[in-house]
Design a protein around this ligand. Sequence first.
Ligand code: SAM
Length: 272
Amino acid sequence: MSGVPAKKSLGQNFLADRRYLAPILAAAELSASDAVLEIGPGRAVLTEALAEQVACLVAVEIDGRLIEPLQQRFAGQPHVHIVHGDILEQAPDQWIAVACLRSPISYKVVANLPYYITSAVLRHLLESHVPPTLAVVMVQWEVAQRICAVPGDMSLLAASVQFYAEPTLVQRVPAAAFSPRPKVDSAILQLRVRLQPAVEVDPLLFFRVVRAGFSQKRKQIHNSLAAGLLLDKTTVNRWLADAGIQPARRAETFSMAEWGALCRTCPSPISS
Ligand code: SAM
């Protein structure tokens, strides 16, 4: 596999420093009965380590050049399934269901994610009907920091991920740990998926309101909501008063509970 040159367009920065395997595996809290979905096994550094610890491993790789060598490498391990495909082309639990023959499905995701589809993959996992119970992913250091932000530094990305999961920044991983070396450092990020979203509101409404709140960078919330949801100022100010929120606040300062209060008191044209 090392003979196959890395393809930049597929985000192929392979983990070269094996010292980072232990913290990834520890964060995944693996047990011998686990089913695990790995996104992009690449040259199999992480795949080999996972294969030793779990009952069923499905590794989905988009790069056709790597499939035969990967299948040969794991030929003697029937609990390891190397699948050629794009992780986004079907629901995450479906990759597991077909290969691991599991029902009901409970699974984890462990991956060194290709940078170019980090957000798309996180949405794909968290918004799925059967999300993983736990995901441990390597992402860009700045992205991990943004996802783990607290009120004061929140963003649409942080609120979206925290709606579905409790994020923990496990460890920084320097760019030098990968080959070829990327321009930026990475982080091991643990996402413990919540049994229920962080706030008990319709997810569609939550995302409409939060997206509107962050629609205008650094603007006061009354302006962002009015512009983002096409509401007049009187309606927005009455709404904010009902939710107990100062109109001059900025979306970056909101807690999840405050987004919940906004959703619960929103004027009816938005909620319908
Ligand atoms: N897991 C390996 C490691 O840690 O060294 C490789 C990680 S590398 C950052 C990302 C891997 O994801 C590559 O092997 C790449 O080909 C694969 N990949 C990229 N896009 C993909 C997609 N849409 N679906 C599945 N695999 C993908």
